[in-house]
Design a protein around this ligand. Structure first.
Ligand code: ADP
Ligand code: ASP
Ligand code: MG
Length: 421
């Protein structure tokens, strides 16, 4: 069987959805679909949450109506939006009312709010498949994927998830029904809604690919594969025909938005090929991601950038030769819930620098100050420096190892355009 994942960019409106349904129909092999929220619905839902939190009732009302209208119009038969839709919009209004009353959002309520995008879209997509004469059933992935602790960002529990997937999906597949599954969503150990992070539907697709032992996972999007650079920044970026798991993983981690950073691990474990394909140019070959790929002659396959980051530097003459400082720094990042993107320590041991998201800095700095109150007081640590905003630029390709001169050219290119490293 094949897992086919369609991102929001492929599901913008009724004509796109019709096109997706006929594309699905054109492949005979048994398949399960993973779908994102329609268009930019997730952003719109999160915006509704912000308005509700600030008590901006009118905006919430009109935003909610617009969202409802867009979903109704996306159905193939305008007269008959699914019953489940009404229920979902009632539940969504109650949640927003709750947020307006409390004037507060918690991580749990944010996940629940974001979940409505995919919970709505599965019904729309299933309706379009049925309209094409296919047998399809909408499935909420919270019945399939479990995250391994009680929090909102727990790792996926593959053992529990596997039991659930076999139980729910196998009978449907054996019966020739196409499951249309919400991307992005999961449930934690105690039953609350969790998400796999923004852009997480790609990850849902490969989790299911691993569990269901798919022949291949196909990720349909609005570009013809992984490109040599972000096409929004570099107009003449070209498609990379083949990329290894390792390269794809690095590309997604360092900012190639086309794939969620965790997408590759589940499929690499089982050697399942992944294809990145263009919904609107289905004949384009796209990118094949697999274990073995030819190395690029140029060494470098892609350029990627990450934005909105801060560089934190903890510095002090009292840090050298004192065991435990690094441990305590990274305990603080954990405590503040920060994801550390990169770390470096000066060879003099007098400073440690690391990169985090800019929006995580205020809480992190407070945590660091309280954990190192003694050292700061005594002047053992002189400063906690923040440089922001910064970006990370990466060049990626397995062919770089053992090819001399690449970093020289990279830094030379940055120098030429006046970038300060
Ligand atoms: P989807 O809705 O299908 O999940 P995304 O918007 O998440 O689509 O990802 C596709 C987008 O990723 C492309 O439209 C493109 O602008 C952006 N992108 C950034 N870097 C790359 C890259 N190296 N290769 C391809 N696309 C990239
Ligand atoms: N809808 C979610 C998001 O916008 C997940 C996804 O599209 O992959 O982040
Ligand atoms: Mg995406």
């Amino acid at each position: 069987m094949i897992i086919m994942k369609f991102g929001g960019s492929s599901l913008a409106d009724c004509p796109c959805l019709e096109h997706v349904a006929s594309l699905v129909k054109s492949f005979d092999e048994p398949k399960a679909l993973v779908v994102s929220a329609l268009g930019k619905s997730t952003d719109r839902l999160l915006q509704l949450g912000l308005w509700a939190e600030k008590g901006q009732t009118e905006q919430v009302k009109s935003g909610l109506n617009a969202l409802r209208l867009d979903h109704e119009e996306a159905f193939p038969d305008l007269e008959n939006p699914a019953e489940d839709h009404e229920q979902l919009f009632t539940e969504l209004s109650s949640l927003l009312e709750g947020i307006q009353l409390l004037r507060e959002q918690t991580p749990r309520s944010k996940s629940l709010l974001a979940s409505f995008g995919e919970r709505l879209s599965i019904h729309v997509v299933a309706a379009h498949l049925k309209n094409q004469g296919l047998r399809a059933q909408a499935i909420d992935a919270r019945e399939l994927i479990e995250t391994a602790d009680n929090g909102q960002n727990g790792p996926v529990d593959f053992v529990q998830s596997s039991f659930k997937c076999q139980e729910v999906l196998l009978p449907l597949l054996e019966d020739g029904v196409i499951p249309v599954i919400t991307g992005f969503l999961a449930r934690n150990k105690v039953g609350f809604t969790t998400t796999l992070g923004r852009g997480g539907s790609d990850y849902t697709a490969t989790i299911l690919g691993q569990i269901m032992k798919a022949r291949e996972v196909w990720i349909w999007t609005d570009v013809s594969g992984i490109l040599s650079a972000d096409p929004r920044l570099v107009k003449n970026a070209h498609t990379l025909p083949q990329v290894s798991y390792r390269e794809a993983s690095e590309m997604s981690f360092f900012g190639a938005k086309v794939l969620h950073p965790k997408t590759i691990a589940p499929v690499a474990r089982q050697n399942i090929p992944v294809r990145i394909l263009n919904t609107f140019k289905a004949k384009d070959p796209g990118t094949l991601i697999s274990a073995d790929t030819p190395k690029s002659l140029a060494g470098v396959k892609t350029v990627a950038t990450m934005h909105g980051l801060s560089l934190i530097t903890i510095e002090g003459r009292g840090m050298a030769g004192r065991p435990g400082i690094a441990r305590r720094i990274f305990e603080a990042t954990e405590l503040a819930g920060c994801n550390v993107v990169m770390i470096s320590q000066a060879s003099s041991e007098q400073s440690v620098s690391f990169v985090v998201s800019q929006n995580e800095v205020p809480e992190l700095v407070n945590t660091l100050k309280s954990r190192f109150a003694f050292e700061l007081d005594q002047g053992l640590i002189e400063s906690i420096g923040i440089v922001e905003p910064i970006a990370i630029a990466s060049i990626i390709g397995l062919g770089m190892s053992g090819t001399p001169g690449i970093s020289g050219r990279f830094f030379g290119a940055l120098g030429k355009v006046g970038v300060n490293v």
